[in-house]
Design a protein around this ligand. Structure first.
Ligand code: 2P0
Length: 342
């Protein structure tokens, strides 16, 4: 039943019908490239896990220097009985969790049950370390499929398909700020992201890597547990949607203080719901908390710096170019990105 709903969704987006086969290839190879994105107002919780629909809207900034490049081709059915997935140059076993998830997504794009794909994906971010690699990964894969099948889909359709692969991927089709509308419809066709046109050249994001190991609980599992067991979660959708409105206004007015405060508070509220989940989800390491205190201390000294965190122990610092020397001085190992310049 859920597979039929999913197949219908994909057909509605790519325009498949019996007269017009959208899964026939004319090209040998499809290519796609997409950036990672960091949410300033987070996505946490699904209202529908079949179509991957969120409980709340979210807002992000893309980091053009970091992301995923993916190539896809159709394999010869005479010689192959399964997909081949390469991650960062390494062939993955079909049983590997990453390869398995990619193959399940590709099930919706096989012209026949004997159609298998070779997917070659290269990440410039550590996989599953809370640096949003599934976001750039599914956005790049959808762009590669769009290229392979010559669909010529618009950004809305690309974002819908990417969302179906992984929620945060809906926002990785764009550079700069993007908003993912939660949507209201049961068919999921109004839950997609679009770019916010404002540019903010002074805007900086500092990546503070605490730990790049595979995270203990995936985002998908973590948010499901939160929705099911955390009483505090009831307050989350309202808070998240309010934060999003505040952030939109702050971006429009280039009000950095409001943006920073709202993003930091939003991230900590999301983490509060994770911590109040059972079994508890605590992505933080002692060094994460140490870095938070250091940031609060810098703020007391007048440095305008805020942070956000995702489903992992790493911090992403938010500040304007004028604060770059102070930040680099305080955090020697920080990697500073300028989303509107890189
Ligand atoms: C975000 N995260 O808005 C939030 C903040 C993690 C914490 O979107 O199940 O990997 O594939 O839709 O997209 C990570 O969730 O989850 C995420 P699925 P996804 O960036």
């Amino acid at each position: 039943m859920s597979q039929a709903i999913q197949q219908k969704f994909v057909h509605q987006v790519i325009g498949h019908s019996s007269e017009q086969n959208r899964l026939a290839t004319t090209k040998k190879l499809g290519k796609g490239k997409a950036p990672v994105n960091i949410a300033l107002s987070k996505y946490w919780g699904k209202r529908d896990s079949v179509l991957n629909l969120p409980t709340n809207s979210s807002l992000s900034i893309s980091l053009p220097g970091l992301g995923t490049e993916t190539k896809i081709e159709v394999l010869n059915p005479q010689t192959t009985q399964e997909d081949q997935v390469y991650l960062n140059g390494q062939p993955l076993e079909a049983s590997n969790a990453f390869a398995n998830r990619v193959s399940r997504f590709l099930n919706f794009f096989r012209a026949t049950p004997q159609t298998f794909f070779k997917v070659t994906t290269v990440n410039s971010v550590p996989t599953a370390a809370g640096l949003a690699s599934s976001a750039s990964g599914y956005a790049a894969l959808v762009l590669a499929l769009n290229d392979l099948f010559s669909w010529n889909l618009d950004n809305k359709a690309l974002s819908l398909l990417a969302r179906f692969g992984s929620g945060s991927a809906s926002r990785s089709l764009f550079s700069g700020f993007a908003i993912w509308h939660q949507g209201q419809q049961a068919d999921g066709l109004d839950s997609y992201a679009e770019a916010i046109e404002t540019t903010w050249p002074e805007f900086c994001v500092g990546l503070l890597e605490i730990d790049v190991k595979q995270k203990p609980v995936s985002s998908t599992q973590g948010m499901q547990n939160t929705v099911e067991t955390c009483a505090l979660y009831q307050a989350w959708p309202k808070q998240a949607n309010q934060d999003l409105q505040t952030l939109l206004k702050a971006i429009e007015l280039k009000d950095f203080e409001t943006l920073g405060k709202t993003a930091e508070h939003n991230a900590l509220t999301m983490h509060a719901t994770m911590i109040a989940t059972w079994p508890p989800i605590v992505y933080w390491q002692p060094e994460s908390v140490e870095a938070m205190h250091k940031i609060w201390h810098l703020r007391e000294q007048g440095v305008q710096v805020y942070f956000t965190m995702d489903a992992g122990p790493n911090l992403k610092l938010l500040f304007l170019e004028t604060e770059k020397p102070a930040i680099k001085q305080a955090f020697k190992a920080i990697k500073v990105l300028e989303p509107f310049k890189d």
